[in-house]
Design a protein around this ligand. Structure first.
Ligand SMILES: Cc1ncc(C[n+]2csc(CCOP(=O)(O)OP(=O)(O)O)c2C)c(N)n1
Ligand SMILES: [Mg+2]
Length: 319
């Protein structure tokens, strides 16, 4: 294991913070008081690892299941929850809703059209390459999203121009209401990397935070050296439905339970304990701090003012 101790501890803390936020947002979605729906990422938190390798100036694009990305990239809970409540204090002044954005952290929102963000990720790669300061782009997408045409355009040109983009497939084996065998003729999506002359890697155990983070490290370093894009695929699973309220007719309780036993967070916790990188008391303290942080942000969001009608046309174009 080559990852430094303080990075592992940061990843652990952010996984706890992400999960705590996720549970709160599930409650919010069920309460009927939050105007936006929620796409839970419970079970896929190993993604915190790769995002933690990015600097403030690097770019990241996320899917509709983005909590792990926003938190690991450094967003404040207030910014996120208030935006989901469409309040003026949210990161996009209540105008973005689920389309979380924080340009100062290299987060430029998302596309409601699956795959729409992938050519934008290539564009961020062009900007990074032109600046020549070693910035990289880490671009996430799901297995369902990966069937869309924009992915192939984006990968092709990123490869031709050797753009510093690491493509990252969160393969949870299912799309909105079907399993992967109804959307793909192949099992390992990283196989498509060869068609664009870039390296590709499938991490079979995508709930192994260390394996996932080390693979990302290798490809991010390569991209920073100017050697071009690469594709990582992790096999993982979302515990919740596609959205809160999904009848989940495409999967069984037994399958969900099996995957919950492979919880990335619990496994990482065991590893950190075994290596004396954390104590039971330390873990409890982190959880209490995350609970306090989320509760404070929740209160802030609920008590924040709605946007004013006269601000409707502000913050639409760059100034
Ligand atoms: C072009 C387009 N078609 C359909 C949809 C509706 N839709 C939203 S998410 C999704 C499935 C995404 O599956 P995947 O990328 O595997 O992500 P997961 O939900 O499994 O995390 C679909 C079909 C959409 N947003 N855009
Ligand atoms: Mg999927």
């Amino acid at each position: 294991m080559t990852l430094p101790k303080n990075l592992l501890q940061k990843i652990y803390r952010d996984m706890i913070r992400t999960r705590t936020l996720d549970y709160q947002m599930i409650k919010n979605a069920q309460s009927g008081k939050m105007p936006c729906g929620w796409h839970s990422g419970l079970g896929e938190e190993a993604i915190v690892g790769p995002v933690s390798l990015l600097g403030k100036d690097d770019y990241v694009t996320y899917t509709h299941r983005g909590a792990y990305v926003w938190i690991a990239k450094g967003m404040e809970m207030e910014d996120i929850i208030a935006e989901f409540y469409a309040k003026s204090t949210g990161c996009a002044y209540g105008k973005g809703g689920t389309h979380i954005a924080k340009p100062s952290l290299g987060i430029f929102g998302r596309s409601g059209m699956q795959g729409g963000h992938l050519p934008l990720a290539a564009g961020m790669g062009i900007a990074a390459q032109m600046r020549g300061q070693g910035q990289v782009v880490l671009s996430f997408f799901g297995d369902g999203c990966a069937t869309r045409a924009p992915l192939h355009e984006a990968m092709n040109y990123a490869s031709i121009w050797k753009l510093p983009v690491v493509w990252f497939c969160e393969n949870n084996g299912q799309s909105m209401s079907v399993k992967q065998d109804k959307t793909w003729a192949i099992k390992d999506i990283a196989q498509i990397a060869g068609s664009y002359a870039m390296p590709g890697k499938t991490i079979e155990d995508g709930n192994d935070v260390i394996a996932v983070t080390e693979a990302a490290q290798e490809f991010l370093d390569r991209a920073r050296r100017g050697e071009g894009p690469a594709l990582i695929e992790i096999k993982t699973y979302r515990w919740r439905g596609h959205y809160e309220g999904d009848p989940m007719l495409y999967r069984t309780k037994q399958e969900i339970n099996e995957w919950m036993k492979r919880d990335p967070l619990k496994r990482f916790e065991q590893l950190l304990l075994a290596q004396n990188l954390i104590t039971q008391e330390g873990m409890q303290k982190i959880q209490v701090e995350a609970d306090t942080e989320v509760a404070k942000a929740q209160k802030f969001a609920e008590e924040s003012p709605d946007p004013l009608p006269e601000d409707a046309f502000n913050a639409i174009y760059a100034t």
